[in-house]
Design a protein around this ligand. Structure first.
Ligand code: FAD
Length: 289
């Protein structure tokens, strides 16, 4: 392990000012499940590690009817997986959380760490994007709210600027007759990153798709919204031909790479298959809701 100075701020203001002062030499730590691996492997050699765990107000879930869900950046993946409120109102997030690593990892890993690590194959971004979530960011110049589809800039890169910390994820209230699904394809049943992840959230009105968001993981440098597939579905009832065309459109927007987990061609084909399946399941669940 590399030697570093350990910082443990006890307020958000102190955390922001320390990150700002030591920018470029400091690494923020939440659950540490990504960070500690990279420190041990000496992939990163920061002069300072700043632990967020003693900063009050960054932890926990609150839901208010009509307003939606607020998820503090330090909320663990296990909390999201097991929360009755999340299961009832945002089941896609609970589903995705339950597929991240093992229970031991989920007990430490946080939603903020999952987003700020900005891995293209991360578990939580697709579901959050499909629900239209926003990131509340606090920095030296104050705070701002950014739609999650503008948060990711590339592998390991986010829109966070000098001194910025992710404070909270805001998920809007879903309209009636809204439902969705998250499907993860991975080589092993557990403890592996997604080869392809697909989330779809659909709102129905009179049996037709009033609104729809699809988000893909692991098939581009950032999590991706295949807008052409969403546009195809809007305003129409689902039939097998439309489902097929939506899958095809999503496949055409995906820009996967070949790596140890799968070839680019295989990933593209799986985007088509899994988008079709996700859309079908989301429609079925919305009909039944
Ligand atoms: C065995 C194992 C299996 C795993 N399986 C999966 C999997 O299936 N799917 C998956 O998506 N991930 C997986 N992971 C990766 C990891 O567990 C998740 O990405 C986790 O959510 C990271 O959260 P953390 O709190 O541990 O982040 P940390 O390691 O503490 O931080 C990650 C990064 O985010 C930054 N950061 C953290 N919080 C903030 C904040 N509030 N503001 C600004 N920057 C911040 C840190 O500086 C760091 O760069 C796995 C990891 C392990 C060790």
């Amino acid at each position: 392990m590399v030697r570093f100075e350990y910082l443990e701020p006890t307020s958000l203001g102190e955390a922001v000012s320390l990150v700002d002062r030591h920018w470029g030499q400091v690494r923020v730590m939440a659950g540490g499940t990504d960070l500690l691996v990279r420190l041990k492997q000496r992939v990163i050699r920061p002069q300072y590690v700043l632990n967020l765990k003693r900063v009050p107000g960054l932890d926990g879930l609150t839901y208010a009817k009509g307003q939606g869900l607020r998820i503090g950046a330090l909320t663990t993946i296990r909390t999201i997986e097991t929360s009755p409120v999340v299961k009832e109102h945002y089941p896609v997030l609970a589903e995705a959380a339950g597929m991240l690593g093992s229970v031991q990892v989920r007990n430490l890993a946080t939603v903020g760490g999952n987003l700020c690590n900005a891995s293209p194959s991360a578990e939580m971004p697709p579901g959050l994007l499909a629900y239209g979530a926003q990131a509340r960011i606090v920095g030296p110049k104050g705070e701002r709210t950014v739609p999650l589809d503008q948060f990711f800039l590339g592998p390991g890169q986010t829109c966070l600027l000098q001194g910025d910390l992710l404070a909270e994820v805001l998920v809007p209230e879903s309209a009636p007759k809204t439902a969705g699904v998250y499907i993860k394809l991975s080589p092993r049943a557990a403890m592996d990153c997604a080869v392809v992840g697909v989330a779809a959230v659909v709102t129905l009105e009179d049996g037709k798709c009033k609104d729809c968001r699809i988000a893909l993981g692991a098939v581009a440098p950032t999590p991706l919204r295949p807008r052409s597939a969403e546009d195809l579905l809007r305003g129409k009832p689902l039939d097998p031909g439309l489902r097929e065309r939506a899958g095809q459109a999503a496949m055409e927007e995906a820009k996967p790479i070949t790596d140890v987990r799968g070839s680019a061609e295989y990933r593209k084909e799986m985007v088509k298959v899994l988008t079709r399946r996700a859309v079908q399941q989301a429609f079925q669940r919305a009909m039944a809701s």
